[in-house]
Design a protein around this ligand. Structure first.
Ligand SMILES: Nc1nc2c(ncn2[C@@H]2O[C@H](COP(=O)(O)OP(=O)(O)OP(=O)(O)O)[C@@H](O)[C@H]2O)c(=O)[nH]1
Ligand SMILES: [Mg+2]
Length: 220
């Protein structure tokens, strides 16, 4: 009896297309204080914000497919400057310092405000923000303050729930729903992400590419 082998296609299926191929990366430098050094505006910018230790640097590394591009630490609050990275010489990623680390003094806990707020208010080429939340926790008072600031400025925002590898798939759905309700977002406005497994990387890359294609939100 002859084998009923199905027709094999002439060419194998192509792997899914990477929405953001990284060909060139360059660390441009840090901005240490409000009004301090920053790269000359020119390239469109996307900034990454979130609580200290939420996983901003890890997410950036995953996004650009480098192991240790942005610094990752177990010591919350380590990234205290705003770090600028040029990607493919066509846009800039901005790693904002983490806010709201509970174990530092109240005075130091507020330090992020002038620096981050100053950057957000004065950056003409900023296209939007990737706002990170830890999927395991409800948004904190500082998170809500940050969302209020972003809404106040009218900045386009991509919301990412990260560290989803720390969660059972069954619980994940409930957590995503709970966070969406607390922030008054639609669930499909949030991207579930893990810097460990890479889940969500391409969805985020695609959302960022779309954001970068928009005119500046400050444009009249
Ligand atoms: N399991 C898991 N751990 C993560 C993930 N993302 C980050 N982490 C861990 O969380 C810790 C903090 O990560 P960072 O990327 O340094 O966080 P950050 O937001 O840049 O922190 P600051 O720069 O201090 O504000 C590190 O120990 C990471 O390894 C994730 O998706 N899954
Ligand atoms: Mg960091």
């Amino acid at each position: 009896m002859e084998d009923a082998t199905p027709d094999t296609p002439a060419t194998p299926p192509l792997p899914p297309k990477d929405p953001m191929v990284i060909r060139h990366l360059e660390f441009l430098g840090p901005m240490a204080q409000d009004g301090g050094w920053r790269p000359t505006p020119g390239l469109p910018e996307v900034a990454f914000a979130g609580r200290s230790n939420v996983g901003k640097s890890s997410l950036l590394n995953k996004l650009v497919r480098r192991k240790a591009f942005a610094r990752v630490s177990n010591t919350p609050g380590r990234t205290r400057e705003i770090n600028f990275f040029a990607v493919n010489k066509t846009f800039t990623f901005v790693d904002l310092p983490g806010y709201g680390y509970a174990r530092i003094s109240k005075g130091r806990r507020e330090e992020w405000k002038p620096l981050i707020e100053g950057y957000l208010r004065t950056s003409a080429e900023l296209r939007g923000i990737v706002q990170l939340l830890d999927v395991r926790h409800d948004p904190t008072v500082e998170d809500v303050a940050m969302f209020d600031l972003l809404a106040d400025l009218g900045l386009p925002t991509i919301v990412v729930a990260t560290k989803i590898d720390k969660m059972k798939p069954r619980e994940l759905k409930d957590r995503m729903h709970a966070i969406a309700v607390l922030l008054e977002l639609e669930e499909d406005q949030m991207i579930a992400f893990s810097a460990v497994s890479g889940v969500g990387r391409d969805a985020l890359a695609e959302a960022i590419v779309e954001l970068l294609a928009q005119p500046s939100w400050r444009a009249p």
